[in-house]
Design a protein around this ligand. Structure first.
Ligand SMILES: Cc1cc2nc3c(=O)[nH]c(=O)nc-3n(C[C@H](O)[C@H](O)[C@H](O)COP(=O)(O)OP(=O)(O)OC[C@H]3O[C@@H](n4cnc5c(N)ncnc54)[C@H](O)[C@@H]3O)c2cc1C
Length: 390
């Protein structure tokens, strides 16, 4: 291996030894353990319980949790590498790992008190899935128009309302739930609570039947006079908007990683097919038109990777990353959709049927432009930060 000279700036895609080992182990796990389950999980719309157990055993559900709380003590960048490697095989598994690490654990690491950390982080590292509940039927892009109400009652708060589209809801034991103390206060009323599964007055509602990422559960949450201890407020009452914004700013780098992995997976299937499939007496890859398509696709994937790795490394070293995170989500979701679509075409008829993995990746790609801020919302952020407009 060529050694970098001391003080030299490394290439963004150059990994250090720990990152390389980590990436190799996640890739191997995804190939050996996830691949055989992908089709069944997609068709049954169920996440495999034994797979969930293995994700915990490997430390992939607590990457950034400190070792003193039973986690892997890793970096945000490692969480990004894990989501990328897993999503190359199954973006449904990728989003489960992503929400756990880049939203739930991230929010607790930043805003939980030492007591709260002791209470919840060891569980998230060991066997408890987290979910992040902001969206409602009437508040998606306009997230702070949420209506779920929290009313103080002695040492508790009483929650009433409904959340929609909540990823991991079926598997989760802990939910970070955003509610308002008073809708008249606008965003200044929004407060974040940690709500445990099984709390009286808290129930799962409808489970969505989706176009893609079908093994990932997406459910409605229903709160009916649900009593939550005031000790479960995350951060301060009325400061939930800050938690929501800042966690999602980071979380969208995770969605960038999911879309990057998806694109890489689709490209690999297409390249393999082009080498094996023969028409007109030669392998497809011998035709220059095919070479150029695959070359263009892999170039766009590399550009997407640079944007994801740059945003993640900026976040890890404490630099500003807001614009780069929005750009990386915007661009990777485009690259994923285009790459998966071309992969379907490169496989021809075989690309259109469920016996081959690319039709699923094509369906899975669509979500990248919708959740954790639609593409228009990313453009709005990029416009604000580059043009100075409101
Ligand atoms: C599979 C799935 C999983 C999800 N997981 C979670 C989760 O775990 N937790 C959670 O809280 N939420 C989750 N969501 C919700 C997701 O974040 C929202 O769906 C998303 O933010 C968009 O909100 P919306 O669906 O209400 O669409 P809307 O906000 O109604 O947007 C509809 C369209 O209008 C456009 N639009 C909106 N406002 C403007 C504007 N000002 N200018 C121009 N165009 C605009 C949008 O870009 C979009 O194209 C999930 C959604 C899905 C589908």
């Amino acid at each position: 291996m060529v050694q970098a000279r001391a003080g030299m700036v490394r290439g963004l895609t150059q990994l250090n030894e720990d990152e390389e080992l980590f990436q190799a182990s996640v890739r191997e796990f995804a190939k050996d353990r996830i691949t055989p389950l992908v089709r069944e999980m997609d068709e049954s719309q169920r996440f495999d319980g034994s797979l969930l157990k293995q994700l915990f055993e490997l430390g992939l559900m607590g990457i950034e949790i400190a070792e003193e709380h039973g986690g892997a003590g890793g970096t945000f960048f490692e969480a990004i590498l894990a989501v990328e490697a897993i999503s190359a095989v199954d973006p449904s598994v990728g989003v489960l790992v992503d929400v756990q690490n880049t939203l739930c654990i991230n929010a607790l690491n930043r805003w939980a008190t030492p007591e709260q950390k002791k209470q919840w982080l060891p569980r998230l590292a060991k066997d408890t899935v987290g979910a992040y509940a902001l969206s409602e039927a009437g508040s998606g892009s306009d997230a702070f128009a949420l209506q779920t109400r929290a009313t103080r009652h002695g040492q508790d708060y009483i929650l009433n309302g409904q959340k929609l589209w909540i990823t991991n809801a079926k598997e989760a034991g802990l939910f970070i739930v955003f509610a308002t103390l008073d809708p008249a206060l606008g965003y200044k009323g929004i407060t974040a609570f940690v709500v445990e599964k099984g709390t009286p007055g808290f129930a799962l509602g409808k489970k969505e039947d989706k176009l893609g990422i079908r093994a990932s559960s997406t459910c409605e949450l229903v709160f009916t006079d649900c009593m939550v201890p005031a000790a479960n407020v995350l951060g301060e009452p009325g400061k939930g908007y800050k938690i929501a914004i800042e966690t999602l700013n980071e979380g969208r780098i995770g969605i960038g990683a999911q879309m990057l992995g998806l694109a890489q997976g689709a490209w690999q299937h297409a390249a393999k097919w082009a080498k094996e499939r023969k028409q007109f007496g030669k392998a497809l890859v011998e035709f220059q038109a095919m070479q150029f398509q695959l070359a263009e696709m892999v170039t766009e994937i590399e550009l997407a990777r640079l944007s994801v790795y740059n945003a993640a490394r900026l976040k890890d070293n404490g630099s500003e990353f807001l614009k780069e995170a929005a750009m990386c989500k915007y661009v990777t979701s485009q690259v994923a959709e285009k790459t998966a679509s071309l992969a379907v075409e490169i496989l021809g008829g075989s690309g259109f049927v469920k016996d081959y993995p690319v039709e699923k990746l094509y369906r899975d790609a669509k979500i990248g432009k919708i959740y954790e801020g639609t593409s228009f919302m990313q453009l709005a952020t990029i416009a604000k930060l580059t043009l100075g407009v409101k």
